[in-house]
Design a binder for this molecule. Structure first.
Ligand code: NAI
Ligand code: MG
Length: 369
């Protein structure tokens, strides 16, 4: 059995509480002989600042470069509001994404049957929903230069952001989407605004070329990002994998995610390029939520987003898709039994703590083996 090296970065706030449930799961998987994990731990965010006055140390970054997958909790909070800009907790997260060149952000939106009625949409619209948004994460308008605010005089200012995409950036994110689709329902919807944006024209052209050259077996469809957003709310089950740029992806993934329930339920993965020598890629897995200072330290946090992020690591970095499926099954089963953390409680459910939820999921997984 291959041994996988993981770096666990709990961060601060509820990050440490939800990461404890990942450790519980890893311990059990090791003990039961189902998998073999070697874990290292590191500080990031507020925890790193308190210890070393930086958001993440070079030594922790070196560990992140060397492991098979980084499992990240959450960072941030008012306690560190006054720290220098470069040492603020979020800077640790940004350095990880930048130094590991994590250009592909995967955000699944899955509606667990037991939570269909918790959505803001009608249950029949979301029940059984399982889609994947693939967002380009290192290019586009968040990074393009010039990026300025100029004083024009006379009380007028001019703000400029620049959207830039090169062919190779669109090709590699396209490949991530097509590869994912092949393992799912074989359909990719690409979203841009080619009607008003040059980057949209190139995006459409390059995705079409990659499809023609390498992925003819996958169904490809193009939608304009605005009507695509409308379709996401109207009938999300028409989608399988959606691929889009950094800005549209930021918005569309938040919309898609909230179709299915609480922030405490939503996992994500960020992937780098495949190394042509080793066939491996850098990757980081983290819940979508932040450090939730309002509930930190109270044992109330929902660990599902964190555990499901670990499930994505099993699937996309560690070649343990079957185990990832079982973990999803265990989560669904625990929810079906009515166990709920406070953020997803409903009539007739039993409100449990972070550790009770984590324990119940591990027990359920045990029963599935
Ligand atoms: P947040 O995601 O931390 O919390 C938003 C709301 O959702 C809060 O009411 C919180 O209690 C609730 N919530 C979040 N996760 C939950 C969970 N697992 N279980 C139950 N309830 C949960 O976002 P907020 O409050 O805007 O930011 C708090 C801090 O986190 C800020 O410093 C922010 O910069 C940082 N942040 C960090 C992120 C990261 O580490 N990736 C992402 C988003 C925010
Ligand atoms: Mg966002």
């Amino acid at each position: 059995m291959a041994t996988h090296k993981l770096l666990l970065l709990p961060g601060d706030g509820i990050g440490t509480e939800v990461m404890a449930e990942v450790s519980r799961l890893i311990d059990w998987l090791n003990k039961a002989g189902i998998a073999s994990f070697e874990t290292e731990h590191g500080l990031v965010g507020g925890a790193a600042y308190d210890a070393d006055k930086v958001a993440i140390t070079d030594a922790t970054m070196a560990k992140a470069q060397a492991c098979d997958a980084v499992i990240f909790g959450a960072v941030g909070g008012p306690k560190w509001d006054a720290v220098p800009y470069d040492a603020r907790p979020e800077a640790g997260l940004l350095r990880l994404r930048k130094d590991l060149a994590l250009f592909a952000n995967l955000r699944p939106a899955v509606c667990y049957p037991a939570l269909a009625s918790a959505s803001s949409l009608k249950p029949e619209v979301v029940e059984g929903l399982d889609i994947m948004i693939v967002r380009e994460l290192t290019g586009g308008v968040y990074f393009g230069e010039p990026k300025t605010i100029t004083d024009l005089g006379g009380g007028q200012k001019r703000a400029i952001d620049t959207q830039i995409y090169d062919t190779y950036e669109i090709e590699r994110i396209g490949r991530v989407a097509f590869d994912l689709a092949r393992k799912r329902r074989n359909k990719v919807t690409s979203m841009e605004k080619r009607n008003v944006m040059k980057t949209g024209v190139l995006w459409n052209e390059v995705i079409t070329q990659v499809h023609q050259r390498e992925y003819k077996d996958v169904q490809l469809e193009h939608q304009l990002a605005d009507s695509g957003g409308m379709n996401l709310v109207k009938w999300p089950k028409q989608f399988d994998v959606i691929v889009t740029d950094n800005l549209f992806g930021d918005m569309l993934s938040d919309i898609a995610a909230m179709l299915t329930g609480s922030l405490g339920m939503l996992p994500s993965a960020s992937l780098g390029e495949v190394d042509s020598k080793t066939g491996k890629r850098k990757a980081m897995y983290e819940p979508v939520h932040g450090s939730a200072p309002d509930i930190a330290g109270k044992g109330m946090a929902n660990p599902v987003a964190m555990l499901a992020s670990f499930g994505m690591a099993l699937r996309y970095s560690l070649e343990m898709g079957d185990l990832a499926d079982k973990l999803d099954e265990a989560i669904a089963a625990v929810l079906a039994k009515g166990l709920r953390t406070a953020d997803i409680k409903s009539d007739g459910s039993t409100v449990v703590s972070t550790s009770q939820m984590g324990e119940a999921i591990v027990q359920e997984l045990q029963a599935l083996h």
